[in-house]
Design a binder for this molecule. Structure first.
Ligand SMILES: Nc1ncnc2c1ncn2[C@@H]1O[C@H](COP(=O)(O)OP(=O)(O)OP(=O)(O)O)[C@@H](O)[C@H]1O
Ligand SMILES: [Mg+2]
Length: 318
């Protein structure tokens, strides 16, 4: 969702740790955090969140009150998303944070037995997302945007997003596309966690890992020379499958692929694009493939990324 890909964000993060923070920077960060707090309580945004929640008359269910969230600064923000999943009998509790990134935090939840899963991963976009959408990245990526009544908006209707509530609706539409892509790829048989639900600023999916132990990212594992070519082929097959269903991941790298029990699973479809609605998307496909090839070269899989991308693109175009 950000102007940076996960790959670039990780590199920036590493650079940040190399440089000690100056007092002024620390102050600026604290001031920013304060502003963020105010933003969360913005009446417009709160109203919008309320309007997203599921209306239920089911009085048999106890109120959702996960102890993990008690007293956390953004408790109300998180609860407003997760309560819906609880009301829909998808989760029963929140256990811990899996990873807190720039725009979203992923939580490990106990899944409701009705789902047939032990755990679920809830990815919740944070309020800062609502501030960072001042540019027209959404339009450049050609995603379908909807106004507050759910009608598709045109490029010249950007003023509709000037209010906080307007922007909230815009982000919801963006997250909608992420979830829709995720669902589409899952039904197409791609190696992705099972998607469960989407509401407002959050998506819920199968948790990959075992409770306290989330699956590592591909970047954190050392592959054997035997499994590397097999996993490489598997990822390439997934990229091709995505393309056959009119999607390019757009931020694929070892940072957005989980490794679990000898298999790989693609995650994070926030930057996905539909080649039919965008021009000039070949560079995105090419970059996805190049990053995957670069990662696998470390484990002795030598390939020509450019040629692979060209071949796949030609095949897609028929
Ligand atoms: N289904 C899942 N099971 C286990 N861990 C997960 C799952 N989904 C995500 N994670 C963990 O959470 C991290 C963040 O998830 P994800 O990559 O979707 O979001 P992000 O990169 O923070 O957000 P953005 O959409 O802004 O790029 C992943 O790197 C991974 O470690
Ligand atoms: Mg990611």
């Amino acid at each position: 969702m950000s102007e940076y890909t996960d790959f670039e964000l990780e590199e920036l993060e590493e650079q940040r740790y190399r440089k000690p923070k100056k007092a002024k920077q620390v102050e600026a960060t604290a001031a920013k955090a304060k502003k963020k707090e105010n933003y969360e309580s913005n009446a417009d945004v709160q109203r919008w969140l309320q309007s997203q929640t599921l209306k239920t008359d089911d009085l048999s269910k106890a109120a959702f009150n996960p102890t993990f969230l008690a007293g956390k600064r953004d408790e109300s923000w998180i609860l407003s998303s997760l309560t819906d999943f609880y009301e829909q009998d998808l989760i029963t509790d929140v256990l811990h944070v899996v990873k807190s990134g720039k725009e979203a935090t992923v939580y490990c939840c106990t899944a409701d037995p009705e789902t047939g899963l032990a755990y679920a991963a809830a990815k919740i976009y944070r309020p800062r997302m609502f501030r960072s959408l001042k540019n027209d990245a959404v339009y450049r990526l050609g995603r379908t945007q909807r106004d507050l009544d759910g009608n598709v908006t045109r490029r010249d209707q950007r003023n509709a997003f000037k209010s906080e509530r307007g922007r909230a609706a815009q982000i919801s539409s963006w997250i909608d596309f992420e979830f829709q892509t995720h669902t589409l790829l899952h039904s197409a048989g791609a190696d992705v966690p099972k998607p469960l639900a989407h509401v407002g600023n959050a998506v819920l999916m199968e948790y990959i890992g075992e409770g306290g132990e989330p699956a590592p990212l591909l970047r954190d594992v050392i592959l054997t020379h035997e499994e590397a070519p097999i996993l490489f082929e598997c990822i390439l097959h997934n990229i091709e499958l995505c393309l056959a269903h009119n999607r390019i991941h757009g931020d694929l790298s070892e940072y957005n692929i989980l490794y679990w029990q000898g298999n790989v699973l693609l995650i994070d479809f926030a930057q996905a694009v539909d080649p039919r609605q965008n021009t000039d998307v070949f560079p995105l496909l090419s970059r996805d493939i190049a990053r995957v090839c670069r990662y696998f070269a470390r484990f002795g899989v030598n390939t020509d990324a450019e040629e692979l991308a060209m071949e796949m693109w030609k095949k897609y175009q028929g």
